[in-house]
Design a protein around this ligand. Structure first.
Ligand code: SF4
Length: 64
């Protein structure tokens, strides 16, 4: 089964780092001030991995 990219809404601080690194994949919601996945296929694997590695809250992960 395909993997699904998820942002843990509890953990996310809304810092915006993921959206800065992979702007086509992540955005920060104006409503919740939390990041969400826009389109996991819109960025490269490297960009997503960098966002995962850089997130200060370790809120981004793949779910199988
Ligand atoms: S980098 Fe992490 S904490 Fe910051 S907005 Fe993205 S998911 Fe949230």
């Amino acid at each position: 089964m395909a993997r699904t990219l998820v942002v843990d809404q509890e953990a996310c601080s809304g810092c915006g780092t993921c959206a800065a690194i992979a702007e086509d994949c992540f955005a920060v919601s104006d409503d919740t001030d939390k990041a969400y996945v826009v389109d996991q296929s819109a960025c490269s694997e490297d960009e997503i991995q960098e966002a995962i590695d850089t997130c200060p809250e370790e809120a981004i992960s793949w779910q199988e």
